[in-house]
Design a protein around this ligand. Structure first.
Ligand SMILES: NC(=O)c1ccc[n+]([C@@H]2O[C@H](COP(=O)([O-])OP(=O)(O)OC[C@H]3O[C@@H](n4cnc5c(N)ncnc54)[C@H](OP(=O)(O)O)[C@@H]3O)[C@@H](O)[C@H]2O)c1
Length: 345
């Protein structure tokens, strides 16, 4: 078993990590870290458990540590802006940092080799995307591969849990829609282009796709919904679009990674689906649901997509990245011999 540490372990995403790792075949949580508010408390006291189901027994007594070395683990999952396998937006757009959805752009992980040259064989950073960008890129990837997406307009309706805890004040959230999420639109626009981009000769060339996003916070606990309009390079029929989504598979499915959903995209044919409450847990929260596919009167096609923001959009995304790195032998690469300059004198 690989022993993992969780930074930001008491938070919304941290709790998901612990829940998803409770009976994981490869990873066991051996260290939890958070702010000095929680430091040295047993995890059960430091954390106000807010997920359905029981408190994970295996971590109950772990003492919460400060987010600094040494931590009693081999690998760190971060829900904070520290380097490693991180949900944080801090490093996502750096030229030598892979921003990865394993079904969409696993080849971008080759950027790790550049980082390791820089750190002389030491650590590296792998990032997973913004929770809405995951949904956008996963929904678009099958269409981009088969028909070429030239432009997309997406309007998101995003869940309250996306703002962390305590998040949006109840008096703002109730009976309301807030048409503003700080920096979200720019993140979706730039991350989608990197995710759909191509890797060659040590660099990612961003995809030539025009992306326009408008984001709204809605009174839903979990599950981000997006209403899409897309323009395609090649003509497609509704049946071909449906087939592109339904048959879409990636490396995680080929390698049968533990958290890989059988169907990365689930196509719903009912006229009123997907819905957050009914569809966010598709594929254990790792599948994106797509529905309401129809010709559009302005661009070519319209559809609606839905994804679980703290699972496929955060903790589950990072775990799937780690599973892929492990399967590729990249997770615990031994440090390379550091070339030393000849001693002087
Ligand atoms: N929620 C989502 O759907 C989502 C999706 C994608 C990405 N993200 C990203 O994931 C990260 C965590 O989000 P969240 O929703 O889990 O937030 P959250 O519920 O507010 O939790 C924050 C966590 O960070 C710890 N923390 C805060 N300040 C710290 C400090 N100065 N030093 C050490 N630890 C500190 C907190 O510990 P204490 O309990 O001790 O204060 C807590 O464990 C953010 O970068 C966010 O942008 C979130």
């Amino acid at each position: 078993m690989i022993r993992v540490g969780i930074l930001g372990a008491t938070g919304t995403v941290g709790q998901r990590f612990l829940q998803l790792l409770e009976r994981h075949p490869d990873f066991v949580v051996s260290a939890v870290a958070a702010s000095d508010r929680s430091e040295e408390k047993p995890y059960v006291e430091a954390c106000q458990w807010r997920l359905p189901g029981d408190f994970p027994e295996s971590v109950r007594a772990l003492r919460v540590r400060p987010c600094e070395p040494p931590l009693d683990c081999d690998v760190v999952f971060s829900s904070l802006p520290y380097p490693v396998i991180t949900n944080s937006s801090s490093f996502r757009m750096d030229a030598d940092v892979p921003l990865v959805i394993p079904e969409v752009n696993p080849e971008h992980l080759a950027l790790i080799d550049l980082q390791r040259q820089r750190t002389k064989g030491g650590g590296y950073i792998v990032t997973n995307p913004n929770c809405s960008a995951v949904m956008v890129a996963l929904a678009l990837a099958p269409l981009h591969r088969r028909f070429g997406v030239t432009s997309v307009v997406v309007t998101t309706m995003q869940a309250l849990s996306g703002a962390g805890y305590p998040g949006v004040p109840s008096l703002d959230a109730t009976d309301n829609v807030i048409p503003y999420i700080a920096e979200e639109e720019a993140k979706i626009e730039r991350e989608t282009k990197k995710l759909l981009g191509t890797y060659a000769d040590g660099a990612v060339r961003t995809a030539d796709v025009a992306v326009s996003a408008q984001c709204h916070r809605v009174n839903v606990t979990d599950g981000h919904l997006g209403a899409f309009r897309v323009k395609l390079e090649r003509r497609a029929t509704l049946a071909e679009l449906r087939d592109a989504w339904a048959t879409f598979r990636g490396l995680p499915q080929q390698l049968e990674l533990p958290s890989a959903p059988t169907h990365p995209i689930v196509v719903r044919d009912e006229p009123d689906r997907p819905q957050p409450r009914l569809d966010r847990d598709a594929g254990n929260g790792m599948s994106v649901s797509v529905g309401r596919v129809a010709p559009d009167t302005v661009l070519d096609w319209r559809f609606v997509a839905l994804s679980h923001n703290t699972i496929r959009g955060a903790a589950g995304a990072a775990i799937l990245n780690a599973e892929l790195l492990l399967a590729q032998g990249r997770l615990l690469q031994p440090p390379r011999a550091v070339e030393r300059a000849p001693a002087r004198g």
